[in-house]
Design a protein around this ligand. Structure first.
Ligand code: NGQ
Ligand code: ZN
Length: 464
């Protein structure tokens, strides 16, 4: 790949909006220089961006296979439909997906992500075994399908093989529906090692504990100790306190709520991402935020599943980022808007995410989510700054949603008022243009293959 440069009339740097900025990157796809007030002229030979330039958004939480199920559980099953009844339906799809299906679903999903402004994704990967629950001859078969799809689409990837061993607190055996997820701790660590073969700068490997429900304290300790010998800086993710039933079960088992239990029993620090840190008391939030861990917020999925509302104000200066999780929507702007709206609905206020330093809501949200998402990814991304990967999104200044608006207002309009379509013109990952004119070159082929697989899965999973 070649080195490159871009001129932006307006670019969102870590310190805020800057004008007349030249961004340069090297042949390895890393930003080498960011120069505001550059005095750019037509004759400089540097290409001009079509509109305001933003850091690419890291997507910090994905279960790729669930894209083929998105929107297909929005009908009444019983009078008490819940997260748990959704999960039963979701498991039926999980148990029908083949490696070829996963490759197709993930390729389409990653193309959608790129077109929507996500330039990197953390895959929380727990679908490990064949449909009968037996390991594939190559135990990384399904994980490799994700890596291949990310490579094909051109999105950065943090691969998080998931440890999953029990169906509930206290050693409850896994259910038949969970047969594809289960690994001994040493086998999971072997999978981490197997995935760490050179993928250059585009892939990082970490580890996830599915949830405190799904791993014993001993397994958690062994997994963390093993990971420390493989990569002491690797990202560690966990679903932590998504559902009230989970909180109640944790209290019944340990006498503590999940976040409090985790903070007392695990070395939680800046490597950690606490996914769905939804149900926390004030002191749990204060303690968790102070560790430097990233809160992994998935606002549209959390709304879709009826999880509850994250207490954004009490997270204070804590780090956070967004993920599309179940992929009920695949759009970074939608997650940021849903997050802000949930807070407005809960607090009866407006502009909750704005700060005295950064009064524009979408700018404050974008900068925080990019930095937190980057930390959760364990990759050098999420900032238009030297040393970071050249991952960025160029808005289309001619799109009616943002045309003629100053950059901070254009980003607010992009996030809150883009209406039909999106105002994204170009997406660049590691210095390579992957979306031009709002389109990824694989869009049509990936979509038609996806539609075929979704139909096949529906045929393989008739309603019980
Ligand atoms: C998952 N998804 O692992 O896909 C979960 C559901 C569970 C979300 N939590 C399964 N959104 O938590 O047991
Ligand atoms: Zn999840």
């Amino acid at each position: 790949m070649a080195a490159g440069a871009l001129h932006a009339s307006d670019a969102l740097l870590p310190t805020g909006w800057a004008r007349d900025v030249v961004i340069e990157w090297d042949a390895a796809g890393r930003i080498t220089w960011v120069r505001p007030h550059s005095g750019w002229s037509q004759t400089s030979g540097v290409a001009r961006a079509a509109g305001p330039v933003l850091p690419g958004m890291p997507n910090l939480h994905s279960h790729a296979f669930q894209r083929a199920f998105a929107g297909l559980a929005e009908f009444r099953g019983s009078s008490d439909d819940s997260f748990w009844s959704w999960r039963d339906r979701m498991y039926r799809v999980a148990n029908a997906v083949t490696p070829e299906d996963l490759d197709t679903i993930a390729t389409h999903l990653f193309v959608e992500m790129l077109e929507a402004g996500y330039t990197s994704v953390c895959e929380f990967h727990y679908l490990h075994h064949d449909v009968d629950g037996r390991p594939y001859a190559d135990r990384a078969t399904l994980a490799r399908a994700i890596v291949r799809a990310a490579d094909r689409a051109g999105i950065g990837l943090t691969m998080l093989p998931v440890l999953y061993q029990q169906s509930g607190f206290g050693g409850a055996p896994p259910t038949d529906g969970q047969r594809r997820f289960i690994n001994r701790t040493d086998a999971l660590l072997d999978l981490v090692r197997a995935l760490r073969v050179a993928h250059g700068d585009m892939v990082r490997v970490g580890l996830a504990l599915h949830s405190l429900r799904a791993v014993t304290p001993e397994a958690m300790r062994d997994a963390l100790a093993g990971l420390a010998t493989i990569d002491p800086f690797a990202p560690i993710h966990v679903h932590v306190a998504e559902q009230m039933r989970e909180v109640e079960d944790c209290v019944a088992w340990s006498g503590q709520r999940p976040v409090a239990w985790l903070l007392d029993h695990a070395p939680v620090d800046a490597r950690w991402c606490l996914v769905h840190a939804t149900h926390m008391l004030d002191d749990e939030a204060a303690r968790a935020a102070a560790t430097g861990a990233v809160a992994g917020l998935c606002p549209t999925t959390e709304a879709n599943l009826g999880d509850g509302i994250f207490g954004f104000p009490r997270w204070g200066e804590g780090r956070w980022g967004v993920g599309s999780d179940s992929h009920i929507t695949v759009n970074a702007a939608d997650e940021l808007r849903m997050l802000e709206y949930s807070q407005r609905l809960a607090t009866h206020r407006r502009n909750v995410a704005a700060t005295p330093r950064e009064p524009h809501v979408a700018t404050a949200l974008t900068l925080a989510a990019a930095a937190g998402g980057a930390a959760a990814s364990g990759r050098p991304i999420g900032a238009l700054a030297p040393g970071a990967r050249a991952d960025f999104v160029v808005l289309d200044a001619r799109h009616p949603a943002i045309a003629d608006l100053p950059a901070p207002a254009a980003l607010d309009a992009h996030v809150f008022a883009s209406g039909r379509g999106r105002a994204i013109a170009t997406v660049v990952v590691g210095g390579r243009t992957v979306v031009a004119g709002g389109r990824h070159p694989l869009r049509d082929d990936a979509a038609s293959a996806f539609v075929r697989v979704r139909a096949l899965l529906a045929a393989r999973t008739p309603a019980p």
